[in-house]
Design a protein around this ligand. Structure first.
Ligand code: FAD
Ligand code: NAI
Length: 464
């Protein structure tokens, strides 16, 4: 009965999904605890994901600008010298400040942190490192971890995953990335900027799965121009490590003759999988789907009343902001309010230079659904991008041919990740391309390219 519960809400995992759910639940007056086995709060995102990768991307961008002539072109003569220890130090500082910030927010909102690994013992009970806890509601927010590849054993020295790739003690001569997805391109960019030769081995015939076809094509061109090498339609069949060097064996995805590639660091980044090992879902009457995820309904409820799931452990995009929004919504649903996440409008961003961003449908998916109109505008014709010497990229707006309602927006620009927020908001408000075209945008900004692409949907842009 009610009296015997230790908490109204127990959240398992303190990543962007879990910590946000816990804070919102507490804000709504529910007695809340959050189990987290890591030494610090914040999950993958704050500790070994979004935040440290952006810290390295930002710092390496300065190094690149100083050493590749970008600064010299603007009249700044510098001789760049890499101090990798300091670069790693500022990364650790950013992580420490942000994870510490979550600890402060837990205290402020009276969320109790139960340190340790949680494992179900029943439908409303878990054990956390030997301690029994009962809760009226349990939110599974255990996140994800690296998908392993048979024949490729991560040792975090020669063969690393994203966590090891963030912390390399020296710049590799040749970094080979297995997987041409977000992690491979972001962390590949970091080490390329710092001086490594980078080769990406990708199973499919294109990089960046999930992105719009035009964007994927253009991305490959841009990364190639930056010095990336791509081996597409290629599979890795094994990696042999010999001391501090590795030899990859690859062959065409469709089958054929094997080849070898030598590397001093190999980054395995072929996707991530839901974390349910050790959760003992059976004891709660739960199981996982074919992809290893915990299935949920529209309200984030699992098939067992009182047990909910959000973030990377549940189906959908594996993104921090998706997890956070689900965290808020699940807490609101538990509190009897109506928590909703519009999964059709979740932006995706690759934080390289330029950035690649999109929200809504790709042109391919939109076409498959019905008649569309597409407007495109190149960043080359955007005055701010031009002034900043950032000619690469474009904005593309996809609208329903009949209603003019915007169904997808894609952008390649130095600040595409920031620009895409206005597209997401416009789509949330049900905007037509005309609505965007007739919205006054400040000049000179990169965002004007969104307005011009909207003008191109039904008529003509001005600047091209
Ligand atoms: P997680 O953040 O994975 O958190 C789950 C937590 O649960 C972990 O701390 C784990 O220790 C804990 N846990 C698991 N099992 C138990 C248990 N049984 N008991 C107690 N605790 C447990 N996304 C973006 O949107 N933008 C980015 O820029 C971005 N960059 C990324 C860069 C990298 C290198 C990586 C790897 C990921 C990146 N992501 C990014 C993805 C993002 O990190 C995840 O989508 C996000 O962290 C998912 O949040 P979550 O709360 O579902 O899970
Ligand atoms: P990913 O799914 O983005 O890309 C993996 C790539 O590996 C795909 O192109 C896939 O075709 C390829 N691949 C799969 N098996 C392969 C094999 N055997 N050999 C060669 N290639 C193979 O996964 P990634 O890059 O590991 O990132 C995991 C997730 O983390 C992302 O999907 C994303 O959700 C999240 N993330 C988000 C970031 C962001 O939002 N900026 C940054 C980093 C990660």
């Amino acid at each position: 009965d009610e009296q015997q519960y230790d908490y109204d809400v127990l959240v398992i995992g303190a990543g962007p999904g879990g910590y946000v759910a816990a804070i919102r639940a507490a804000q709504l007056g529910l007695k809340t605890a959050c189990a987290e086995s890591r030494e610090t709060l914040g999950g993958t995102c704050l500790n070994v994901g979004c935040i440290p990768s952006k810290a390295m991307l930002h710092a390496s961008e300065f190094f690149d600008a100083a050493s590749n002539g970008t600064m010299a072109k603007m009249g700044i003569k510098v001789t760049a010298e890499l101090d990798l220890d300091t670069m790693h130090g500022q990364r650790r500082d950013a992580v420490n400040q942000l994870t510490g910030g979550i600890e402060y927010l837990f205290k402020k909102n009276k969320v109790e942190w139960l340190k340790g690994r949680a494992s179900f013992t029943g439908k409303d009970s878990v054990e956390i490192d030997g301690k029994a806890v009962r809760a009226k509601n349990i939110v599974i927010a255990t996140g994800s971890s690296v998908t392993p590849l048979p024949g490729v054993t991560v040792d975090q020295k020669v063969i690393v995953d994203s966590t090891g790739a963030l912390e390399l003690a020296k710049v590799p001569q040749h970094l080979v990335v297995i997987g041409g997805g977000v992690i491979g391109l972001e962390l590949g960019s970091v080490w390329r900027r710092l001086g490594a030769k980078v080769t990406v081995v990708e199973y499919l015939d294109q990089i960046l799965p999930g992105f719009d076809g035009d964007v994927r094509k253009e991305a490959q061109k841009i990364f190639k121009k930056q010095g990336f090498e791509f081996k597409l339609s290629t599979k890795v069949t094994g990696v042999a490590v010999n001391g501090d060097a590795a030899t990859l064996t690859v062959e065409p995805a469709a089958g054929g003759e094997a080849q070898t590639i030598d590397a001093d660091v190999v980054l395995l980044a072929i996707g991530r999988k839901a974390n349910t090992d050790g959760l003992n879902l059976n004891a709660a009457g739960l199981s996982v789907n074919a992809r290893g995820q915990v299935e949920i309904d529209h309200d984030f409820a699992t098939s067992v009343p009182g047990i909910w799931a959000i973030g990377d452990v549940a189906p959908g995009l594996m993104l921090a902001h998706k997890a956070e929004d689900e965290g808020i919504a699940v807490a609101e649903n538990i509190a009897g309010l109506t928590g909703i996440v519009n999964h059709d409008i979740i932006p995706s961003v690759v934080y390289t230079l330029p950035e690649f961003a999109g929200v809504g449908l790709t042109e391919e998916a939109a076409k498959a659904k019905g008649e569309i109109k597409v407007g495109k505008f190149p960043m080359m014709a955007n005055s701010r991008a031009k002034t900043n010497h950032e000619p690469d990229g474009f904005v593309k707006i996809i609208a329903d041919a009949k209603t003019d309602r915007v169904v997808g927006v894609w952008a390649i620009a130095s600040v595409a990740g920031t620009m895409i927020a206005q597209a997401a908001q416009a789509m949330e408000f049900g905007a037509t391309s005309e609505d965007i075209a007739y919205t006054c945008h400040a000049h000179p900004t990169h965002s004007e390219a969104i307005k011009e692409a909207a003008m191109a949907v039904t008529g003509k842009p001005i600047h091209i």
